[in-house]
Design a protein around this ligand. Structure first.
Ligand SMILES: NC(=O)c1ccc[n+]([C@@H]2O[C@H](COP(=O)([O-])OP(=O)(O)OC[C@H]3O[C@@H](n4cnc5c(N)ncnc54)[C@H](OP(=O)(O)O)[C@@H]3O)[C@@H](O)[C@H]2O)c1
Length: 387
């Protein structure tokens, strides 16, 4: 029986994780949960999984949650940054699944690593912002970081039983998102509703917009650099609209190993939860028929400049990736609220990156300061329309 704590339990990854737990109650025991404001769903999860603790964003949200729980409910209700840190490092849990969205995941993930928990990492922004700190702390605490992102789970699986020095290239697959075939001239008119319609993967709003701009793939390049120690010039993005091959690794003898499966996050989530075991998930196999050819192409960087911006931040390093991430979060939020256009997202990120003077070998304070600075600068660019 594995004991788990889930950060972001009410989100897309969190709900899929609880589906896996529900399917294998003999394998997993949920000890702690955390969400932001979704109190109705969190209360249902508390009733079903009876965790020892649950954390929400602030005291006011905790007050809204408490009356939704049964009388005498033993779950301790926590809130705020301390609440999230407590859930992340909850004593009776051995594994922490980090599925908060955005920069909010960084400090709880660091707390989980510091307390020696095995990490099932969905929150890619943590590695984008602070990859060197996170991987150094994990090495010092001898903590495993098991990827939940389907591409990184695929790479992790392709590398099983291989020598790392034999791997020469990572081929990171991308669906291309909803606008893969749309003409560049039509991008100005893209609405949030259209961008939120991902062709293959149902996901939370922020990552769905990131998938439409291909920033998600850029963030994944940075994530792959830190998880697998591969420099960015040896991480190639390949557009594969069917999302059946989740990624591949090329080896020095010219062999390429790929991991395939139907696009369903329960696969990579279950692998991270149960590693090194595999669970009998009952997923269908891909069709392997002539009706569904597997195709590949290069990404169109003129249409999707966010991918290039992420490569640039990855190569430059220091605090630039944290600034890229912060500016992107601000721009995506503004787009979702219809305060800015789809193609302003890369323009805001570009403008923010250009204005930043990166700090090399940053500590946590430098990264948090860069995150705050990036948000401020990107907000100014968003409201001034100077982009
Ligand atoms: N969805 C996918 O298929 C997928 C695949 C690979 C990687 N990921 C990564 O996994 C992470 C989660 O993605 P998602 O699609 O599950 O997102 P989501 O559906 O938007 O869920 C986000 C979760 O985080 C909580 N949350 C949001 N802001 C928070 C804050 N400031 N403090 C604390 N908790 C906060 C939300 O709580 P409320 O419900 O209360 O707002 C919710 O539980 C992201 O980093 C994403 O890049 C997702």
């Amino acid at each position: 029986m594995k004991t788990v704590s889930i950060l972001g339990s009410t989100g897309s990854i969190g709900r899929n994780t609880l589906d896996v737990v529900r399917q294998f109650p003999e394998c997993f025991d949920v000890k702690a949960l955390a969400a932001k404001h979704s109190v109705t769903l969190l209360a249902e999860q508390i009733r079903e999984f009876a965790p020892e603790a649950a954390a929400v964003f602030d005291e006011n949200t905790a007050r809204q949650l408490e009356p939704l729980l049964p009388a005498g409910c033993p779950t301790r209700i926590l809130f705020g940054a301390e609440g999230y840190t407590s859930v992340a490092s909850w004593e009776s849990a051995s594994l922490t699944l980090t599925a908060m969205v955005g920069a909010a995941g960084l400090l709880p993930t660091l707390a989980a690593i510091d307390s020696g928990k095995t990490i099932a990492l969905a929150n890619k922004e943590t590695l984008v912002m602070a990859g060197s700190l996170v991987t150094a702390l994990a090495a010092a605490r001898e903590v495993a970081i098991l990827p939940v992102d389907s591409e990184h789970s695929a790479i992790f699986q392709c590398l099983q039983g291989q020598r790392r020095e034999d791997a020469v290239q990572i081929l990171l697959t991308a669906s291309g998102g909803p606008f893969h075939r749309r003409a560049r001239e039509e991008f100005a008119a893209i609405t949030p509703a259209e961008a939120l319609r991902h062709p293959n993967w149902p996901m939370g709003a922020k990552i769905t917009i990131d998938s439409a701009t291909l920033m998600n793939k850029g963030l994944e390049v940075i994530e792959a650099k830190w998880l697998f120690g591969m420099p960015p010039d040896r991480i190639r993005v390949v557009v594969h609209p069917q999302s059946i091959i989740h990624s591949m690794v090329a080896f020095r003898d010219g062999s390429v190993i790929a991991q395939l499966g139907v696009p369903d996050m329960k696969g990579p989530i279950a692998y991270a939860l149960s590693y090194p075991d595999r669970l009998a998930l009952g997923q269908p196999l891909p069709a392997f028929s002539s009706d569904m050819p597997l195709t590949f192409s290069d990404p169109d960087l003129a249409k999707f400049p966010c991918l290039d911006l992420a490569y640039e931040a990855c190569r430059r390093g220091g605090t630039l990736p944290a600034v890229l991430n912060a500016a992107n979060e601000v721009a995506v939020n503004a787009f979702l609220q219809e305060r800015t256009a789809f193609m302003s997202i890369p323009a805001i990120v570009r403008g923010t990156m250009d204005a930043h003077v990166p700090v090399d070998d940053p500590g946590l304070e430098d990264i948090l300061a860069a995150d705050g600075w990036g948000r401020q600068k990107a907000s100014e660019l968003t409201s001034s329309g100077d982009r």
